[in-house]
Design a protein around this ligand. Sequence first.
Ligand code: NAD
Ligand code: WQD
Length: 336
Amino acid sequence: MTILLTGAAGYIGSHTAVALAEAGYDVAIVDDFSNSSPEAVRRCEALTGKKMPLYEADVADKAAMARIFAETKPAAVIHFAGHKAVGESVAKPLKYYRNNLDTTLSLLECMADAGCKRFIFSSSATVYGAKAAVPYTEESETGGCTNPYGWTKFMIEQIAGGVAKADPAMSVVLLRYFNPVGAHPSGRIGENPSGIPNNLMPYITQVAVGRLPHLNVFGDDYDTPDGTGVRDYIHVVDLAAGHVKALEYALSHTGTEVFNLGTGHGVSVLELVHAFEAATGVKVPYVIAPRRPGDLASVYADCSKAKRVLGWKAEKTVQDMCADSWRWQSNNPNGY
Ligand code: NAD
Ligand code: WQD
């Protein structure tokens, strides 16, 4: 059974490709390499010993996608492709609305044309916006997003839900990721941000490897135990396992279902820095800097629904996240 993964040359998709191949599925990938390298897919093939047909195409290109559907005949689609930099989305909103919405609309139309009824989408905790109280459950209020990137996720959730409502044979699974970090324990695949990282863990590893002089800790006066921001970091290998469970669910259900994928535990910026130092023995110099606009004090998930319905829960520790991120970064100081 073939599963078509869009954007799986990227960080989360590549780890999911490995998990799906290991679970016995055939994986086909479409990516335009706007934020990734085909080398990631070659490494996924080497790790699993399985071929993963790789198509270079823009997912918004319906003609190209129709050919890919005809060739791969997927039983389900997992849609990772999209732009994801929050700050850039504020500066270039049209780039984000155009790419994230167009890819999804084209994909859903191609799925309808091909009779493919199973759709799993990479949504984000960012859809909870600033209004809901932690821990977020799937019933917490969404919307009120603070940036165009978040709105694209919110809108795509509505679009995919509407498609499932109109077609009773359709299954849509919306996965709201919290803060994915870590890398495959082999150190062969991992997160490969272009330019200066926006996110905390790749920033820490780049300071540790000497590419950046120090970490800026964005605020130490939040209403949290040590004053620094608290997030729900989830190991990308656990997240990938969550996709395998979500796929099994999509293959055997119809309608729309939403799942939070996190650990359910909040970790502060300084806790993560100290955990990284303890796990790797490498110092991470930091300075306290002003708050980053738009940041919330504390974001973490209630993941009980994923456990109850999918039989999934995160297994890996913060130490695993740090050790695996570091193995990837130190083995691949310049990425792929
Ligand atoms: P990533 O940038 O590493 O992967 C996305 C991939 O999509 C890249 O390989 C990129 O080249 C590809 N892509 C983008 N536009 C495309 C297009 N038009 N056609 C074909 N390919 C295209 O990002 P990631 O961290 O692996 O994230 C995967 C998904 O998960 C994204 O949708 C992202 O918004 C979502 N997400 C990520 C996080 C996170 O913190 N990493 C959190 C929540 C949700
Ligand atoms: C984590 C914590 C920062 C960098 C973002 C998106 C979200 C989702 C995941 C896609 C915060 C602090 C960070 C630094 C710091 N992505 N920090 N110094 O903002 O929780 O979530 O990625 O869907 O939508 O918004 O993640 O890793 O940027 O920040 O002190 O150099 O680390 O203030 O408290 P965030 P992050």
